[in-house]
Design a protein. Structure first.
Length: 104
């Protein structure tokens, strides 16, 4: 399947051009349990559960067709400042090939 590098992206499944970019993530939050008042980290007020850390466990970014619901994986959050049209078109094209090439 060959994509036309036009000014819009088109869903190969339904030929619509209405998409939503989505970012799903699972985080693990940890809290220090400090029941003393004042405690180890509770200098000013008593907070029995004090936020300690947040760790990203997994994430998935994709664009989804608003008409048929087809999803196309792409990366639009890490290392760039937005969504590039060519990146999105390659994400859609890679859905139909076994070894996608995102660079070039």
């Amino acid at each position: 399947m060959k994509l036309n590098l036009s000014t819009r992206i088109v869903c190969p499944a339904c030929n619509d051009s209405s998409f939503t970019a989505k970012y799903e993530a699972t985080y693990l939050y940890s809290y220090s349990i400090d029941s003393n008042a004042p405690g180890l980290k509770n200098d000013e007020e008593f907070l029995p559960f004090l936020f300690d850390n947040r760790k990203l466990l997994e994430s998935r970014q994709y664009i989804e067709c608003n008409v048929c619901g087809s999803r196309y994986l792409c990366s639009f959050n890490e290392g760039n400042r937005g969504v590039d049209l060519i990146i999105l078109q390659k994400a859609i094209r890679s859905y139909y090939v076994s070894n996608p090439e995102f660079l070039g």
